[in-house]
Design a protein around this ligand. Structure first.
Ligand code: 13P
Ligand code: SF4
Length: 344
């Protein structure tokens, strides 16, 4: 491993400002240590668009994030994903064929009363659909704000692909669960009988990592260590978010833990690499995962030190692999959705 560490250091030194390595907070420490910038998905999107000098952007995160970076950077900049298998199971739960079918069905039923919104955890094609239909992307840190904006434009919102972020954000705005319905992309139908004043149509997608936190986990902690404060990501289910003490984006979780008084105890419902890192950074605040059997995000973890070394070597040899290049038309329409989000 120390040999690989030296290799990364040497290549970073040789390429200087021509190379930029952004890394998501869920990345493994062995990769995270080399990041030129760290952040949640919104911060990384903004950082990528602000960097104009790097020739190569080696994105340590998952596929949809690298696509977003490609769409927000200049044409002469090359975005590389060190392992093409680093996808996102949630993003894979919505494809364009399914969305076209859903849209057709919903238009017949509700006419022109729906605005689509998509979580950034979605493919460029889904973002492009949303962009060309006047909608916007959202992240976990601005979902409520963008949802409020969308409901000021149209009577209803189709929220993709994470039903939990959609439900939790809408509920936080005061929309009752009865005014929400779930769209099944596999059965191609609404799963529940919608209220006559339907406001939110939730795509039936989820995050396989955050869905593993349960009400049982919360009950156990409340029983074993009642003084523990529980904080969760809004990709967790509605019952978990409601029973927790706090919920919010990756950025919110990091800020809350950092600013918490010493000796406060925490149980965190989010990805394991981040929970472990927070525990190391705050030894004065006992921190544990809300789920003791928690697994990391397996696709995020595909980016490891050997893959990072390999992709940097290929760049040094002027033969980059794992290049992410979104087709021009898709990129243009998806950018409309991203830009709308950044200006709302
Ligand atoms: P944020 O970084 O926007 O909080 O998203 C969490 C996540 O699941 C990223 O894949
Ligand atoms: Fe996708 Fe969930 Fe992994 Fe984030 S944590 S990349 S939403 S599977």
């Amino acid at each position: 491993e120390s040999e690989m560490i030296d290799q990364v250091r040497d290549i970073k030194h040789a390429l200087g400002e021509r190379l930029f390595i952004p890394a998501h907070h869920y990345q493994k420490d062995e990769v995270f240590q080399f990041a030129d910038a760290i952040g949640d998905s919104l911060q990384l999107a903004q950082l990528a668009s602000a960097n104009h000098q790097a020739r190569y952007i080696v994105f340590c995160g998952v596929h949809f994030m690298a696509e977003t970076a490609d769409m927000l950077t200049q044409v002469e900049q090359t975005v590389v994903l060190p392992d093409m298998r680093a996808g996102c199971t949630m993003a894979d739960m919505a494809n364009l064929t399914q969305l076209n079918q859903a849209w057709e069905h919903l238009q017949l039923r509700y006419g022109d009363t729906i605005l689509p919104l998509t979580y950034v955890n979605s493919t460029a094609e889904i973002k492009a659909f949303v962009g060309r239909h006047g909608g916007a992307t959202v992240t976990s840190s601005n979902a409520q704000r963008i949802l409020r904006w969308a409901l000021a434009q149209k009577k209803r919102v189709l929220f993709l692909p994470d039903q939990h972020l959609g439900r939790n954000s809408a509920y936080a705005l005061g929309i009752p669960l009865a005014q929400m319905a779930i769209w099944s992309p596999t059965e191609n139908r609404l799963l529940n009988q919608p209220h006559s004043d339907l406001k939110i149509i939730l795509w039936q997608g989820h995050c396989s990592v955050h869905e593993k936190f349960s009400l049982e986990n919360i009950k156990q902690i409340r029983q074993d260590a009642p003084e523990t404060r529980i904080i969760v990501h809004p990709e967790c289910s509605h019952e978990v978010v409601t029973a927790a003490d706090y919920s919010g984006s990756t950025k919110f979780i990091i800020e809350t833990i950092t600013q918490a008084p010493p000796h406060t105890q925490w149980a965190i419902g989010t990805e394991m690499n981040l929970v472990n890192r927070l525990a190391q950074q705050h030894p004065d605040k006992p921190i544990r995962s809300l789920n003791p059997n928690m697994c990391p995000c397996l696709t995020m973890n595909r980016i490891d030190l050997p893959h990072l070394v390999w992709s940097l070597e290929q760049i040094e040899a002027n033969d980059p692999v794992g290049v992410i290049q979104v087709p021009a038309q898709v990129s243009e329409q998806a950018r409309q959705a991203l830009t709308r989000m950044l200006t709302i």
